[in-house]
Design a protein around this ligand. Sequence first.
Ligand code: FES
Length: 163
Amino acid sequence: MSELQNSATIIEEHLEPGERNTRRAFLAAAGAAGLCYAAALAYPIYRYLASPEEMALSATAVTEVTLKDAQKLPAGSVLMFKFGTAPAMLIHHEDGRWVSMTAVCTHLGCTVQYEPQADRIHCACHGGVYNPYTGANVSGPPPKPLKLFKVAVNDTGVEVSRA
Ligand code: FES
């Protein structure tokens, strides 16, 4: 038996039974707290390392969204909403047309904004510009257009679905 084990045995022998239970309870609580702490650290790391395929799958899992009362959206304005996990926008143009598309810039993934006064969709990150009717990339670094969604307007809201 090593000297360290001898010391532990000697200390154990001098503890009262109630003190042993207190020590065990403390060690159990410390262990549980340690597990919780490790889980809290591991989850964000897991989310960060999740594969792009997994992230894309969760983003496309939702195929349709009903925007209740969105038919009341005034002409010339936009409604930002979540389509699955990704931001999207519903634009009610001045000419009465309804257009919905993803709001994720195809360059590096910033959220784009509709600017009615300039009649464009703008990405503030690097100055990308898109057509607000077609989603086409007009200028700046975006390599691809914004993906359009199907829009159906009815009396209770607007249904947006993947094309
Ligand atoms: S992320 Fe939109 S232009 Fe770069």
